[in-house]
Design a protein around this ligand. Structure first.
Ligand code: CA
Length: 480
């Protein structure tokens, strides 16, 4: 009741007066672009070290089953801001803008007395709303000497994108009004393709060979046509911009894949080193300002990424490496160090921020706060399954649109074979097909067991679950 009144009051006046003793936590949300959990040492990475990102997890919490609902940049960002699925917030594809008139978590926090800022990659096509301050990259932005748009004004800067995003975030932290708690979204462009590192890290990983993932030489024998059709193969599907040199004409197949992996993964990891440096600088700033205790600090990425897994780069598929998001959170005042394995979605972020801020979540948010889960008090009715949908049929990398459901043990995916008028899709039908993976027996998703008689009862149950989740979230199944 109190919270409802509070929200009403907050909506009625632009800037509600809060006492100088407003001790609600600050929220520092740091998000990278395409940074897979298995390239973070706190997640057990065997290919790199991320000492600063690890600091968040060291005395905070690591989420081990944090998933995105649509593994692609622009849509995931819209889900995070609105707490709604893509078909509800209107951002199904890379080309769809986020309607500035829509609710978003920044607007709600702003109305609730927070000072709000957005720095870095926005990529939602229309100007940010709900932020007292914003300084964003136009579109994808550039790695070197990038332009930024600061409150509507375009300006070219000298320097490296990741460092500049950190600088601008720190500047805002210094200059922000100190009588309010803050909500800062610091969104890095890195380590997004084409993986251009800072000069300072140009040679860090060059001298050693990076360990190959066990599925690097996957040839998709027991999988869908969709997996075979995808043109996101390391080496083979790469361009000169990806590998920073001409592709060697004498290498083919697995040899080319082997070569391409070393070329791209080193640059990918070098990009992450700058992000890690930036996280360290932001944490130091909080320490200097004595804000460590009362600030919720999060490190995440807009989705996962294939780090040569299945022989791929990129994301989009509902497969584990692309579906899983890293998520580390620290808030010493309330959260004890640990690991949480509950199924948590990017859909839940907005509601969780609001919960920490004591602001009521609007009823059209579809996610749910996981603050209690973080405190070790997972609600009894917490989800045991999740719904996923990728909409861009045969767009970049020739990946077919699909939807599916993941439970603790199984994953059922339906490639429905149609564009359904979604922007950026190729309007060419492909034969519909299903995939079922038994994650307990086959955690790397190498064998589709959809046709195996042993699983027929499971398939019926999973299809019922899929239909129930679609109905619950208001999505439509593709007509057969
Ligand atoms: Ca991304």
């Amino acid at each position: 009741m109190l919270r409802r009144n509070f929200l009403k009051a907050a909506g009625a006046v632009a800037a509600p007066a809060f006492a100088k003793t407003d001790r609600r936590p600050n929220i520092l949300f740091i998000m990278a672009d395409d940074h897979a959990a298995h390239a973070i040492s706190a997640y057990g990475s065997t290919i790199n070290e991320t000492p600063n990102i690890d600091r968040i997890g060291r005395d905070g919490i690591r989420l081990d089953n944090c998933f995105c609902t649509n593994s692609i940049c622009t849509p995931s960002r819209a889900v995070i801001l609105t707490g709604q699925y893509s078909h509800v917030n209107g951002v199904k594809t890379l080309n769809d803008p986020l309607d500035p008139g829509r609710q978003n978590v920044a607007k709600l926090l702003q109305a609730g007395g927070y000072s709000t800022a957005m720095v870095g990659k926005w990529h939602l096509h229309k100007d940010p709303t709900g932020f007292d301050y914003w300084n964003i990259l136009p579109g994808q932005g550039a790695y070197y000497d990038p332009e930024f748009i600061e409150m509507g004004q375009r300006k070219k800067h000298t320097g490296y994108c990741t460092d500049l995003i950190t600088d601008f975030s720190i500047n805002w932290l210094k200059q922000r009004p100190k009588d309010k708690p803050f909500f800062l979204m610091c969104h890095h462009k890195a380590p997004h393709r084409p993986w251009q590192p800072a000069q300072s890290h140009a040679y860090d990983a060059a001298t050693r060979t990076i360990e190959e993932p066990v599925t690097l030489y996957d040839h998709y024998e027991n999988r869908s046509e969709a997996a075979r059709r995808a043109t996101m193969r390391v080496g083979e599907s790469m361009t000169k911009a990806d590998v920073k040199t001409d592709l060697p004409a004498d290498l083919k197949g697995d040899e080319l894949r082997k070569w391409g992996y070393q070329r791209y993964i080193k640059d990918y990891l070098r990009c992450i080193q700058s992000v890690d440096d930036g996280v360290g600088r932001l944490l130091s700033q909080l320490m200097r300002d004595d804000l460590e205790e009362n600030t919720v600090v999060i490190y995440t990425s807009d989705q996962g990424f294939f780090l040569g897994d299945h022989g791929w780069f990129d994301k989009r598929f509902m497969y584990e490496e692309s579906l899983r998001m890293p998520f580390l959170i620290r808030y010493p005042k309330e959260l004890k160090h640990g690991i949480n394995s509950d199924m948590i979605l990017n859909l839940d972020f907005a509601g969780t921020f609001l919960d920490f801020a004591g602001v009521a979540a609007p009823s059209d948010m579809q996610g749910r706060s996981f603050r209690q889960n973080l405190r070790g008090r997972t609600p009894n009715d917490w989800r045991k399954s999740m719904y996923y949908r990728y909409w861009m049929h045969l767009a970049d990398h020739n990946v077919a649109a699909h939807y599916g459901v993941r439970t603790e043990r199984y994953k059922l995916i339906y490639y429905y074979g149609k564009a359904l008028g979604t922007s950026g899709s190729i309007d060419r039908d492909t034969p519909p097909e299903w995939e079922l993976f038994d994650l307990l027996k086959d955690p790397r998703e190498l064998t589709n067991v959809y046709a195996d008689p042993v699983y027929q009862k499971t398939i019926v149950d999973l299809k019922t679950l899929l239909a129930r989740l679609q109905a619950e979230y208001g999505d439509q199944p593709c007509p057969a």
